[in-house]
Every structure is written in C-alpha cells, then in structure tokens.
Design a binder for this molecule. Structure first.
Ligand code: DGP
Length: 116
C-alpha cells in the first residue's frame, strides 16, 4: 500500500492550499514554490505514486488531468501563448512528492526543455 503524502491532505482540504479546481476525479492547486507566473499542480484524487504504478483503471482520472490542464490554461489566459506540462518520475525525473501530479507551467517563455 502506497503511503499518503501531503497531497492527500490537500485533496481532502485538511490543510490550506490554493485550490483552483476540484471534481470527483482530480484536484488542481497552486504550487507552494511557483517556478513561473502560473504554476499549478493537477493530481488524481486517488493515490498513485508515479507513472510506474499507472494501471488501465486509472485512465479516466489521468485523462482528466489533461482536460483540466486545458481548462486552467484558458482560465489563466496562457492558452494562446502556450505552456508546459511536466510529470516527474522517481529520482532521475526529479520527483519529490510521491503522489502522481502534472505541473502546469506558463505565463512567460520557458526556454528549452532541459537546462543541462
Ligand atoms: P515534483 O518534483 O514533481 O515531485 O514536484 C513537487 C511539487 O510539489 C514541488 O514543485 C513543490 C510542490 N509542493 C510540495 N509540497 C507542497 C505543499 O504542501 N503545497 C503545495 N501547494 N505544493 C507543494
């Protein structure tokens, strides 16, 4: 059984966070250390540690991450200029929180995908 992270508490609204969207499948909230003017994390409400643990039964919730990313990008007014979606996995991917999440980053030009 995967261990819960701080994100489960955010999803259940047990600790404060800036939630911008929530439905029965996913929750989206502003990153605590934003790297760009818009930096939102979109997470499935169910705990999946990372991409290595994704199963066919998760497809609906994980598909919803994209639907909601598209909506938030529009709401934030960054859809036309563009933005970046990132999902980190494990150590080499730079994953810090082991509850799968999609970063929505935008609001300024982001440059090349990798800096080194
Ligand atoms: P990653 O490296 O992909 O696992 O990104 C984890 C992100 O989660 C990182 O950008 C900071 C953010 N984060 C960590 N703890 C919290 C928290 O308690 N609240 C919020 N809003 N964001 C958090």
């Amino acid at each position: 059984m995967a261990e819960e992270t701080i994100f489960s508490k955010i999803i259940r609204r047990e600790i404060p966070s800036d939630i911008v969207y929530q439905d029965e499948l996913v929750t989206a909230f502003r990153d605590i250390s934003p790297r760009t003017p818009t930096h939102v994390l979109i997470v499935p409400n169910v705990l999946i540690q990372n991409v290595n643990d994704v199963l066919p039964e998760h497809e609906q919730a994980l598909g919803r991450l994209f639907t909601v990313a598209s909506k938030i990008a529009r709401d934030e007014g960054i859809d036309e200029d563009g933005y970046r979606l990132i999902v980190n996995c494990n150590r080499h991917g730079g994953q810090e929180v082991y509850h799968i999440h999609m970063h929505l980053l935008g609001g300024r030009p982001l440059g090349p995908l990798l800096s080194d």
